[in-house]
Design a protein around this ligand. Structure first.
Ligand code: TRP
Length: 447
């Protein structure tokens, strides 16, 4: 088995491409809106700095030392109990579960990318109608767009690390940043900008409910692509001379910056026309297009650019969700890359269609489990159980199982005097935070 290596810049872009996704441009802004702004953002920033970054270093370390698929890396590195630790590697299968709904949302974005070119909705009701028709009553279009997303993502992954993943990230990531920063510069000229700044950065503690608090911690894992082996799988192709700490830092920084910029852009437009920030998942699909209607042709142009950026972000993340299992099938079962991609894509394509149908009026009833549409169940399961569990296994493995001198040899020279602080975070802070988060999200203890 031979794993290709990224170039240094290729790795940074691929890891950042994984991290920067729908989580940053779609989810972070709407969550910030729903959970009241500043205080939510602050908790998110603190978690990213003190836990997210450390866990990213840990996850990269396993990949860079193991140099195999996730199952292979855990098995190769565990000093004893290899048989059991191997199972930790199955966290990569969560990527397929995430893809079932992630790909559906990418599909919605493809639809909007074309839809906004024709006309932007002039009233919120019209915008709702467009969104509800797509999601609730015309599954054929949504299925078509989801299929398109499955095909595009599959095509890139089948091209491999060098010719597919690295190449596409080197193009899409800079393009995405240019678009977002362009929109940011435009939003400086809006009156809404200062309101957006205040909304996002003035912590109003009274608005920080316990739910908001837990959600902020949970989101910081999702947005950094942690706890599923995506970063680990990419790190197996880390070029030899690259510094893990530095790379993890750049990736964390870029991911956070882009989430904040996306938030500022969206809220500047929202506040410019006095719309409410707290509209939930429909924020970028319903509120934003309605507001951009006021800008005439320029609005159409902005809307197109915006959805293009979201599409780019989504695609580069999606490939990191599929690649780990593909790598596993290649390593372990001697699948050809193409066969592995087709096999995996087919599974999440089918479940994705079911998830998508669970929102439609005609299939709602059959596809409701535990009183929730299948789509929500899949999302809830990954956010609250699977990702924190994966993160927990990673920090326990690096903090307690891997030989200390091995970890030290790999990281101490990079980190210098921060090494003991990082170790403390991995051994104590991160595991406790993760358990706390899981229990809370599952609802066993209520804050
Ligand atoms: N981080 C991506 C986002 O913000 C989603 C994602 C990609 C992800 N790969 C992942 C989340 C692996 C968890 C684990 O949209």
């Amino acid at each position: 088995m031979k794993i290709q290596r990224f170039s240094r810049i290729g790795f940074v872009m691929a890891a950042a491409g994984s991290a920067v996704g729908l989580g940053n441009i779609w989810k972070f802004p709407y969550m910030t809106g729903v959970y009241g702004g500043g205080a939510f953002v602050l908790v998110y920033l603190i978690t990213i700095t003190f836990i997210g970054f450390s866990v990213m270093v840990a996850e990269m370390l396993i990949g860079a030392l193991g140099r195999k698929d996730t199952v292979g890396s855990f098995e190769a590195l565990a000093p004893s109990n290899k048989k059991y630790w191997k199972y930790a590697g199955f966290m990569s299968f969560n990527g397929i579960i995430i893809m079932t709904f992630y790909s559906v949302v990418i599909g919605w974005i493809f639809y909007y990318l074309v839809r906004v070119l024709f006309s932007l909705p002039s009233t919120p009701n019209e915008a709702k109608e467009i969104f509800n028709t797509l999601v609730g009553s015309s599954p054929a279009i949504a299925i078509f767009c989801h299929t398109l997303s499955v095909v595009i993502v599959g095509y890139i992954v089948h091209k491999g690390i060098k010719g597919g993943i690295e190449k596409i990230n080197l193009i899409l990531m800079p393009s995405l940043m240019i678009i977002l920063f362009g929109l940011l510069f435009y939003s400086f000229t809006l009156d809404g900008f200062s309101k957006a700044l205040a909304f996002m950065f003035e912590p109003r503690w009274d608005k920080l409910t316990s739910e908001a608090f837990i959600r902020a911690i949970g989101h910081s894992f999702f947005t950094l692509s942690l706890g599923m082996g995506a970063i680990m799988t990419y790190a197996a192709s880390l070029p030899k001379e690259a510094s893990i700490t530095k790379t993890a830092f750049i990736v964390t920084f870029m991911d956070t910056l882009i989430a904040l910029v996306a938030g500022l852009v969206i809220f500047s437009f929202i506040f410019q026309f006095g719309a409410k920030p707290s509209q939930g998942p429909g924020l970028v699909f319903i509120s934003l297009p309605t507001i951009l209607h006021n800008f005439g042709y320029l609005g159409t142009f902005f809307a197109f650019l915006f959805f293009l950026a979201v599409a780019f972000a989504g695609i580069t993340s999606a490939i990191s969700l599929v690649e780990p299992v593909v790598q596993y099938l290649i390593d372990r079962f001697n699948f050809s890359r193409t066969k592995a991609v087709i096999f995996i894509s087919f599974i999440y394509w089918v479940i994705g269609i079911l998830a998508l149908l669970s929102y439609t009026n005609s299939f709602k009833e059959v596809l409701t489990i535990f009183n929730k549409p299948l789509f929500d169940v899949l999302e809830y399961m990954t956010d609250s159980i699977l990702l924190p569990l994966g993160g927990f296994l990673i920090v326990i493995f690096v903090g307690y199982v891997l030989q200390k001198d091995r970890v030290k040899a790999a990281l101490e020279s990079e980190m210098g005097r921060f090494y003991p602080i990082w170790m403390f975070s991995i051994r104590y802070i991160a595991p406790i935070a993760l358990i706390f988060m899981m229990l809370n999200l599952i609802g066993i203890i209520k804050l």
